[in-house]
Write a protein that binds this ligand. Sequence first.
Ligand SMILES: [Zn+2]
Ligand SMILES: [Zn+2]
Length: 248
Amino acid sequence: MQNEGFYDFHTHTVFSDGGMIPAGLMQRAIVRGCLGLAITDHVDSSNLEWAFENLLKFVEELGQEWQPDIVPGGDVTTAPLNTLDSDALAKNWHLPVIPGVELTSVPPRKIGVLAEKARSLGAKWIVVHGETIMEPVAPGTNRAAIEARADLLSHPGLITPEDAARAAELGVYLEITTHKGHGMANGWVAQRARESGAKLLLNTDCHVSTEILDAKQRRAIAFGAGLTAEEVDRIWENGRRIIARIFG
Ligand SMILES: [Zn+2]
Ligand SMILES: [Zn+2]
């Protein structure tokens, strides 16, 4: 059995439309077996500083409390799933948390500028809310996100083969999502990624605690998108590499 360690690179808190504060999100993610998290609240030019600077306070405090001997490679990362209980949580409440943002409903021609601004504030992970089939999103958002070299294009809907190829070229990750609505295009995204060589991540886009899924549920949704076991393992490996790059 492959290592079931997984990561989540798209999550929300009360700093946009989520229901959890960062500490609550982190602790619930630990209990589900998550090994690393990016917190990526919805932002546009009106709330970027406010949301991101609030998140930074949490991340900075976490950094001061950091215990490198347990993350990654300690008890949490090696414990079998479902054996993590409140004792484990009490002992290992740390998780690598990447401060990020999700640029949402930003006009495509402004995406590059706002992504740069977020990076200058200290964002280590830029997500752009892609052209999901479940919401009206400006056409051209996918392409603008890719050209802006976002780290992740979330739920890109019916992404074109050309955009998927460009994402592969520029190293922008495409997303398979466990989100109930946005996930309806997962099969399409998986196929475009396979054809183009674009790399995938699987994320929850969670807003409330019940949406933080465990590894078994995540794997099932990936299979539902038509991914093979090897392709799912590659997604987990992509996550490990990102964490190593940012925290290494
Ligand atoms: Zn949201
Ligand atoms: Zn989101």
